[in-house]
Design a protein around this ligand. Sequence first.
Ligand SMILES: [Fe+2]
Ligand SMILES: [Fe+2]
Length: 272
Amino acid sequence: MITDLDRRAFIAALGGAAAVSLMSDEAKADALESHLIAQASAPEAPAAGKFPTMAEIEADVPNHPTRKGTGNLFAARAGNVPRLERLPERPTLADYFKLRFTATSNHCLQSANRAMKNGMSEEIILACLLHDTVQELIKVDHGWWGAQMYEPYVSPKVTFAIRNHQALRFYEDLDHGYRYPDLYRRMFGSDYKPEPYIEQTYQTVRKHKWYLEPRMVTVNDLYAFEKGVNPTLEQFTDIIGRNFRQPKEGLGFDGSPTAHMWRSIAMPDHPL
Ligand SMILES: [Fe+2]
Ligand SMILES: [Fe+2]
């Protein structure tokens, strides 16, 4: 349920009532969705710039019906989960974007759009386009899950970027234009230190010849809904065509090692 307070915060985030009145219904729906994602994945906004501590975030765990690492498709952000439209028999990446990546697509399209405007390579643009889509299935360790899901269909450079954007986001690199985001102070706690496996990944990736691939995903990643920017998947059709191996049997039905992950997104209502 959207409370009055939610509504006011939402309108303020979009630049006020006048700005909202200029938006199309579609843009408003997208904006509301992004706003709800941000709210669902972040604890209550701290007063006057104060961020919660790790202990406060941990104490808040039993106040929610689902865990924070649950995929978007598996828990309603408000009320109950909606019925899902069936995918075509041989679903393509575009079908998943339109019918299943509904909570993450706008954020990913905005990141890819920014990467394109910044003149990034096609592989980095594709990595930005795909980087958070696996959060429909699972959020915890999403860099690793996402890279694995896409491994049979994209180049190793693209999976390297998707896998490691997660660890790199915890480490500032001002020389390349990446600042640690306040969003993480809210989500993980003001006193959060990445676990040893994250630190180890960072140290390895920092020295890797492909370091800039995941770093550029973090640089072009966005932390909040960008007002009035609504890129479409069609902008990226050619890049997808050249860099994504669409299986003719459809994603989920090609017998690849990660087909079950696609099927779980296609049919999340199967009880087993
Ligand atoms: Fe991410
Ligand atoms: Fe992201």
